[in-house]
Design a protein around this ligand. Structure first.
Ligand code: CP
Length: 303
């Protein structure tokens, strides 16, 4: 594939190739000299129409470790505020001889739309509540690193499934790799169509945690909710917040993940987020190797 717009564009062989390439880049990143010349003479624009810490910085670091030339664009400080359209904005950036565009956008489908209207390779860094493919790749890579394989593992995604691009991309990626996937949360935050993706739905957090090997805790995406939120944040924390006493009461040890940003004390307590079963910062570390792999493999698909 020429672009990376969503997990649904990939097959199992693509996922394995991305993971094996990321294995190699991860060992490079652990060397004193972390930089490789693979993308010399490739120019990449990171265009972010929505806030980001991890995704923006890890794409930029991945590009720099690959020796690409990098330009960064934040919509808030650009001429978008003067009325310039997305296509005009990107075509102006491309006129400066840019090869690849990494884009985050608040609207679902923005990456697909752009890929049809401009002559550049597009990498989706999160489009509204639709997909966040590199997050799902780094999450699956982190599970593979913990257990040796993703196939057969039981993964529960807890929280605001309705508004989450991380949930959709994770479900597609994990199912393709042969994991069993459950979603857990209040009925108001679990869309009806989710069962069509072959996932189990559970509303009881303790039952979900006792079932799983891995729990991926999501935050409540208040920025995507235009209705009055139900349950309230306080009720959500009482019913779905993961705390140390809950973790200690389980029949087995489970791995704790979170894509970030964390709302400490809401969906997860600090002692769990920072505890011995948490791989949250390993996920962030793996994000650089995964994004290096994606950019490197896409650069070989320019036709
Ligand atoms: N996980 C994630 O996408 O974080 P950012 O929004 O900070 O990039």
């Amino acid at each position: 594939t020429r672009h990376l717009l969503g997990i649904k564009d990939l097959n199992v062989a693509d996922l394995q190739l991305i993971f094996e390439t990321a294995d190699n880049f991860k060992s490079v990143l652990n060397r004193p000299i972390k930089k490789v010349p693979s993308l010399r003479d490739v120019t990449i624009a990171n265009i972010f129409f929505e806030n980001s810490t991890r995704t923006r910085l890890s794409f930029e670091l991945a590009e720099k470790r690959l020796s690409a030339d990098v330009v960064n664009f934040a919509a808030s400080s650009s001429s978008v505020s003067k009325g310039e359209t997305l296509i005009d904005t990107v075509n102006n950036i491309l006129a400066m001889k840019v090869d690849m565009v990494v884009m985050r956008h608040p609207y679902a489908g923005a990456g697909v739309f752009l890929s049809k209207h401009v002559k550049a390779q597009i990498v989706n860094a999160g489009d509204g509540a639709h997909e966040h493919p590199t997050q799902a790749l780094l999450d699956a890579f982190s599970i593979r690193e913990q257990y040796g394989d993703v196939a057969g593992k039981k993964v529960v995604i807890v929280g605001d499934i309705l508004h989450s691009r991380v949930a959709l991309s994770n479900i597609l990626c994990l199912k393709m790799l042969g994991a069993e996937v459950m979603v857990c949360g209040p009925t108001t935050l679990i869309p009806k169509y989710i069962k069509e993706l072959g996932v189990i739905v559970e509303h009881d957090l303790r039952k979900a945690l006792n079932w799983c090997d891995v729990a991926n805790m999501l935050r409540i995406q208040l920025e995507r909710q235009d209705i009055k939120y139900f349950p309230s944040i306080r009720e959500y924390t009482m019913l779905y917040g993961l705390t140390k006493p809950i973790l200690d009461s389980l029949d087995k040890k489970i791995t704790i993940m979170h894509p970030g940003p964390i709302n400490r004390g809401v969906e997860i307590s600090s002692d769990v987020a920072d505890g011995e079963h948490s791989i949250i910062l390993d996920q962030v570390e793996n994000g650089v190797a995964i994004r290096m792999a994606v950019l490197f493999l896409l650069a070989g698909q320019t036709g």
